[in-house]
Design a protein. Structure first.
Length: 278
């Protein structure tokens, strides 16, 4: 039977009793098939699996509406129970960020580009909460999706730089039948907006095809992506990036492995996606 833990003190008290190895799947709830793939892998790899649900206020910037983020807690807990998760960790804001809190973790260079330019402070919040979860739960492995490629890169960097010694397991992006990456934010899309969003993966796939066929000039590839995305008035493009996979260094000439990533706003919903070319 799954145990629900809502206090850091309780989690600290029991974490040494967990059967090792321990897998952690950090989430903000509103669980979907992407989360389920992470949970399933952790259950296969580990003797104990902990899933955290915490809508982290420090990774929302001033222009985002934290209150609108979906919080179907009962549905999430039922999913975790059915999956066979050992512990659901549900801390509250007061426990994670007491009034005396003033220490932050920031991966400076990698946090300053791409999503970091559009969402200042976002990755400082992500890096801090992930570090706290690693320290509280002390997992052997932690599972993250490749859809959030920049976040994954940042977590790998802080894990190495701070000697946290957690094995970071990245899992492939889960998509719907038309290629749209599953995301908690998809719940905000109308049917028309969801249909429009399918062009994201089509554009990424075309860019990958161009690279496989030998196209090396990233300006040409980006222009093709922009042309495909620009065909729908619902879509506003924030950025299109072609970078080195592991450093996120922007490229002018293709050097594999490559990460092609983009961010758009469809009406009022921000979506990100990416594709890897090995």
């Amino acid at each position: 039977m799954m145990r629900i833990v809502s206090k850091i003190s309780e989690m600290l008290a029991i974490q040494n009793d967990l059967e090792r190895p321990v897998g952690l799947v950090p989430t903000m709830g509103a669980l979907h098939r992407g989360h389920e793939s992470l949970i399933d892998q952790s259950l296969k790899d580990n003797s104990s699996t902990v899933v955290s649900i915490f809508v982290n206020p420090s990774q929302f910037n001033a222009t985002e509406d934290l209150e609108k983020y979906p919080k179907p807690l009962n549905t999430d807990l039922a999913l975790l129970e059915k999956a066979g998760v050992d512990i659901a960790f549900l801390p509250d804001n007061e426990d994670m960020y007491p009034k005396s809190f003033e220490t932050w973790v920031e991966v400076e260079k990698t946090s300053a580009i791409l999503e970091g330019q559009s969402r200042p402070g976002h990755f400082k919040g992500v890096a801090t909460i992930v570090t706290k979860l690693f320290n509280i739960i002390k997992p052997d492995k932690a599972y993250f999706g490749q859809k959030d490629a920049q976040q994954l890169n940042i977590i790998k960097r802080l894990n190495e730089d701070l000697n946290l010694y957690v094995s970071i397991i990245d899992m492939p992006t889960i998509r719907d039948e038309n290629g749209l990456a599953v995301s908690s934010r998809n719940a905000f899309l109308t049917d028309q907006e969801r249909d429009a969003a399918h062009i994201l993966f089509q554009a990424l796939s075309k860019a990958k095809e161009m690279i496989i066929l030998g196209k090396c000039d990233t300006r040409v590839i980006k222009n093709r992506i922009m042309k495909m995305l620009g065909g729908n008035d619902l879509i506003s493009v924030d950025y299109v990036s072609i970078s080195k996979l592991n450093s996120l260094k922007e490229l002018t000439i293709i050097e594999k492995p490559v990460l092609i990533s983009l961010a758009v706003t469809i009406s009022n919903t921000r979506l990100i996606d990416n594709i890897i070319v090995e």
